[in-house]
Write a protein that binds this ligand. Sequence first.
Ligand SMILES: O=c1ccn([C@H]2C[C@H](O)[C@@H](COP(=O)(O)OP(=O)(O)OP(=O)(O)O)O2)c(=O)[nH]1
Ligand SMILES: [Mg+2]
Length: 145
Amino acid sequence: MIDIELQRLPHGEGLPAPAYATDGAAGLDVVAAEDLTLNPGQRHAVATGFAIAIPEGYEVQVRPRSGLALKHGITCLNTPGTIDHDYRGEVKVILANLGSEPFAVRRGERIAQLVPAPVLKAAFREVEVLSETSRGAGGFGSTGT
Ligand SMILES: O=c1ccn([C@H]2C[C@H](O)[C@@H](COP(=O)(O)OP(=O)(O)OP(=O)(O)O)O2)c(=O)[nH]1
Ligand SMILES: [Mg+2]
């Protein structure tokens, strides 16, 4: 369990904070702070009405809700979205409508889920030759279907 500070922004007043829908949920559902309609093929950075301060060493991933994806073709275009620990702007959810019907987003409705995760830092070091493996450069289906 990590502690994440949440600052409610004026247009987010009265909305619930991200919350787990069940005891075992991995993601905290996040609600929209605005009303809008997404036409097929359209995308929008949906306001959540809050900003957060994540502890160093962690990120928060923004992931779609499978129900919206399956029933309406609504997804997070950049899934999983990344909230950096040093970001202090409003958290936004980049929703896209991949379905065939317009989709109405209503303020207060759950549109995505936030999944905190540890961050592993890496430094890339240039070398002349890489270590050998049996896979080598094979990829993209090289092992068959
Ligand atoms: O779904 C998202 C993805 C990102 N962000 C915010 C928080 C994140 O820390 C910042 C930058 O995101 P990212 O690194 O994915 O975007 P970028 O295109 O690389 O922008 P930047 O140059 O600001 O890093 O935007 C969101 O609010 N929602
Ligand atoms: Mg970035």
